[in-house]
Design a protein around this ligand. Structure first.
Ligand SMILES: [Ca+2]
Ligand SMILES: [Ca+2]
Length: 411
């Protein structure tokens, strides 16, 4: 017996143990194979996941019902509006409702907070400071994922003033400051349009302040309305979380501030494109990990009538997606029960040099394949068969044919 087959036998016996535990009807929901809070119910022979209100779908509530970014909604032909986005797809971060602004060249994700309007601050003898806290619609994990996956983010930070100073001098303690960045945030002493840490406003950076001995228009302390307005554009200092204004109590002081919504554009995952023009070109990545649940989605365009999109091999198990003919995509895999194929026949040619979308999912109950808006093909897994997908080679993408890809990493 060669060493390989010894190793293989060992794997198989481990898997058999797991299967035999699953075979016990009383334990089909323990542990539960339902993801994202899906409710598990069981019968003698199988289990069922109720995914309603979870935002996820599929036999195990693994795949997100929503796209990862506004960019993808735009790519699918949508116009501006409110959309649910799920920034990490089937990962643990929940879907969130955002506004997608698609009217201009860029596609912006717009995240509101509780106070985006211009807000007037009245001088009052009882209070010598004004403090404002900004609460975002999104949870912290959602905010930080959007900021980190975007190419650019920005937020308006404006101060309108009349006898109300912002910082006033570079050496004294500043009158005002704000807090920004990942929770809980850090104190910032520069204003929108200037450089972090500079204790300046945009006019200081541009050397055109009202009074050239100060670095903000408001710091001149004139008895006329002026403003310091600009954008905070450093991702590591976003979002703006709170604001303290400290020069609002003198007679004649008047001020208003505006902290705009957080706006981001450029989905770095989406524009993760690769182009293959030689028969030998390919990309390779670390081994794909998705033993019980795996989902893969990508966009491709090609003029070739067949080719391999991706492949990852194990000792016996494998996973593969290919264009088998100009009108058929095949998702095949083996988790130990012999090779299984899930095919979508499109009727229309896919090698028309236009973008097409492929979504494949495999979980312990079934495997599914979707191509564009053609009817999905779903194939049930054999009951009480092997369930673990065990891979050990590198993941190869676009091995042999002419493809251009937008590959969206899966979870
Ligand atoms: Ca998610
Ligand atoms: Ca296996």
């Amino acid at each position: 017996m060669n060493p390989n087959s010894t190793y293989h036998t060992k794997c198989k016996s481990e898997e058999s143990l797991l299967v035999s535990r699953d075979e016990h009807a009383a334990f089909r929901c323990s542990p539960s194979h339902c993801k994202h809070g899906g409710r598990c119910t069981q019968s003698w022979s199988t289990f069922h996941c109720n995914c309603s209100n979870s935002g996820y779908r599929g036999a195990t509530c693994h795949s997100s019902k929503f796209e990862r970014s506004c960019e993808i909604y735009k790519h699918k032909g949508n116009t501006s509006g409110h959309f649910y986005i799920d920034v990490d797809g089937s990962g643990p971060i929940k879907p969130q409702l955002v506004y997608c602004n698609m009217t201009v060249d860029q596609t912006w994700i717009v995240i509101q907070h509780n106070n985006t309007e211009l807000t007037t601050v009245q001088a009052s003898p009882d209070t010598n400071q004004h403090f404002a806290n900004f609460h975002y619609q999104s949870e912290e994990k959602q905010l930080s994922a959007i900021i980190s996956q975007s190419e650019h983010c920005e937020q308006e930070l404006s101060y309108h003033c009349r006898r109300s100073r912002l910082f006033n001098t570079l050496d004294g303690a500043p009158f005002s400051w704000w807090v920004g960045g990942p929770a809980p945030g850090q104190i910032q002493n520069y204003w929108g349009g200037a450089v972090p840490g500079s204790r300046q406003c945009m006019c200081g950076l541009q050397d055109n302040c009202l009074d050239s001995s100060f670095y903000c228009n408001c710091d001149a302390d004139y008895d006329l309305w002026t403003d310091d307005s600009g954008l905070v554009t450093h991702k590591e200092i976003l979002p703006v979380r709170s604001l303290l204004l400290g020069d609002i109590h003198r007679p004649g002081s008047e001020a208003a501030y505006r902290v705009g919504p957080l706006r981001c554009h450029g989905d770095q995952n989406f524009w993760n494109a690769a182009f293959f023009d030689k028969e030998t070109s390919y990309l390779h990545f670390p081994t794909f990990h998705g033993e019980l649940n795996a989902d893969i989605s990508f966009l491709f365009k090609t003029t070739s009538s067949s080719g391999l999109f991706l492949e990852n091999l194990g000792i016996k198990d494998f996973i593969r997606i290919e264009l088998s003919s100009s009108t058929e995509v095949v998702f095949s895999f083996d988790v130990g029960n012999g090779p299984l194929e899930v095919k979508v026949k499109t009727g229309l040619p896919l090698n028309d040099n236009r973008w097409h979308r492929v979504q494949a999912e495999r979980n312990v109950k079934e495997a599914s394949l979707r191509v564009d808006d053609f009817p999905a093909t779903i194939q049930e897994a054999p009951s009480d068969g092997f369930i673990h997908l065990q891979l050990n080679s590198q993941l190869f993408i676009g091995e042999t044919q002419r493809f251009e890809f937008f590959h969206m990493p899966s979870a």
